[in-house]
Design a protein around this ligand. Sequence first.
Ligand SMILES: C[S@@+](CC[C@H](N)C(=O)[O-])C[C@H]1O[C@@H](n2cnc3c(N)ncnc32)[C@H](O)[C@@H]1O
Length: 263
Amino acid sequence: MPLGPGPEWSVQKNTIPSLKTLEPSEYFAVDIELEFTREACRIVSQELPHIPVQSVAVDFHAQHLPNPKSATSLIWYPGSTLGNLPSKSDKTFSDNQFITNHLERLRSFQAGSSSNSGKSDAQRYLVLLMDSYKHDKASMVNLYASPEAEGCFLSILHKLKRDLKASSFNPDAFTYCPCWNEKSSVVEHQFTALENQEFSIFDCFTEREATIQVSKGDRYSLANSIKPSCEDMRDALSRSGWEPLKSSWDTERQFHIHLARSH
Ligand SMILES: C[S@@+](CC[C@H](N)C(=O)[O-])C[C@H]1O[C@@H](n2cnc3c(N)ncnc32)[C@H](O)[C@@H]1O
């Protein structure tokens, strides 16, 4: 069960090699994008026709994962979404409730559904890959210092303008800077206002308008890249009810990977 298999190239590059190694009796694609789940099933069926495929489009922050048919299931989590969860700048990684709540949700089975719900023999494993904390702080921040990364993060402001119908908002009047927060183990993607602005936004959920004021020099942290140490990640797994079984590093110690069991 890969979490967020993503688009076609990612399934070819990341999912297929791991399925060839794991040889599961069933493949279950879980992604918030319906198209990605369908695409993933099509590619897996094409490359590994002996593996039965299923898919479900769910938001894994808000909903439980589907119950698999087999008693033992393995979640393959490349960690990208976990690494981008919110964090409070004055809290440590260990105190980050967004991380522990999310990991707890991945552990729990969906109530009232068929297959393994309520069965005491159902066992869930998790393989989680995380970008690591590095003692060389500059190397973590420099990952986001290229013009491509800057363009990618600045596009968030354009998306806010579009999605909040903020027609008079000027997204180009900001500078972008990635900043390392040692306490929370996060690269904060910060935006600083270059001018005063006043604009209205439309909240499509409440169907209400609000006026927003931005002053020159105001700084906003609009995205995170969380980089825990290997020990911190093991600790977060334990605190959210996972039993860490094994942890390893790549040869350059850029990433750590963990095998954990739900108990
Ligand atoms: C950065 S991509 C990672 C793609 C792929 N796993 C890889 O490592 O290349 C994140 C994937 O997670 C999915 N995703 C993001 N948030 C999600 C959520 N809340 N629930 C389910 N899927 C989500 C996205 O649609 C996307 O396919």
